[in-house]
Design a protein around this ligand. Structure first.
Ligand code: OOG
Ligand code: MG
Length: 264
């Protein structure tokens, strides 16, 4: 894994990007100043942001995959799935309120969440292992908020920015993955009572469990794994939908109820 950043540059970038998140202000892409940055550098920055939050007393409550569906890849102009982490204060309760004054330009995504009951290790982790290690699946809505100007980035920049993570909501009914066909599980997203996006689980790498397998394999590149009891969001099934104060979102999941939030 090639690295190009010095320790000082890495620490400075993590502080710069995390401050943009905490203060809700836009920044230029980090690759503008560091065009030579690699994936390994970008994940180093992301893990340093994670370390900063934990040092401040925040807890890490889950992981997420991003850019796992064609709808998302096409929307963002990038074609490689990435991962990020979820901190405790990202969590919003179902039917709750998201305060847009703390965000820059939020968008919402319909996702399927997994919770593991056994650890998953790459390389070579596959869908069968993921399903055997799954405790339950649960509907999830992610609110993403790129810290980059105009929500435009390249893959290296978005990895360093923790895959645009900012808030998430789980709700509906948890289910045994064996009782569902996650590929044909339909989702319908409504914004202010109108259907704006719809899709099915297969949009995520053919089966949302492949997204969890890919996460285990990506983590293995850094000697990390998915511990038992981890909550994982598998990535937006449809394109992300911009939201602003006054909007109300409901996502309906076939057989699993719905998740909703208000934006103020
Ligand atoms: C990157 C994060 C994408 C997803 O579910 O695909 C993501 C972005 O589009 O800003 O969370
Ligand atoms: Mg997402």
């Amino acid at each position: 894994m090639t690295r190009t950043l010095t320790r000082e540059q890495l620490l400075a970038l993590a502080e710069h990007i995390e401050n943009a998140e905490l203060n809700a202000h836009e920044i230029g892409k980090v690759t503008n100043d560091h065009p030579e940055m690699t994936f390994a550098d970008a994940y180093d920055v992301q893990w340093e942001i994670r370390r900063r939050k934990e040092a401040r007393g925040n807890r890490i409550v889950g992981l997420k995959m991003g850019l796992t569906s064609w709808a998302k890849m096409a929307q963002m102009g990038v074609q490689t799935p990435i991962y990020g982490f979820l901190a405790d204060y990202f969590s919003v309760s179902d039917g709750g309120v998201v305060d847009c004054s703390k965000l820059i330009h939020p968008k919402v995504e319909a996702e399927i969440g997994f919770v593991t009951k056994a650890p998953l290790h790459g390389p070579g982790c596959h869908v069968g292992q993921v399903l055997a290690a799954t405790d339950f699946v649960v509907p999830a809505v992610e609110v993403i908020d790129s810290r980059y100007e105009n929500f435009r980035f390249d893959l290296i920049s978005v990895v360093a920015d923790n895959a645009s993570s900012t808030r998430f909501i789980t709700g509906g009914r948890m289910a045994d993955s064996a009782e569902l066909d996650l590929r044909t599980l339909g989702v319908v997203m409504e914004k202010n009572g109108e259907v704006v996006e719809l899709g099915a689980g297969a949009a995520v790498l053919g089966h949302p469990a492949s997204s969890v397998a890919m996460l285990a394999n990506l983590l293995a590149e850094r000697g990390e794994h998915i511990p038992a009891g981890t909550f994982i969001m598998t990535g937006g099934i449809t394109a992300a939908v911009p939201v602003a104060p006054g909007d109300h979102i409901t996502v309906r999941y076939q057989g699993l109820g719905s998740v909703s939030a208000r934006f103020v």
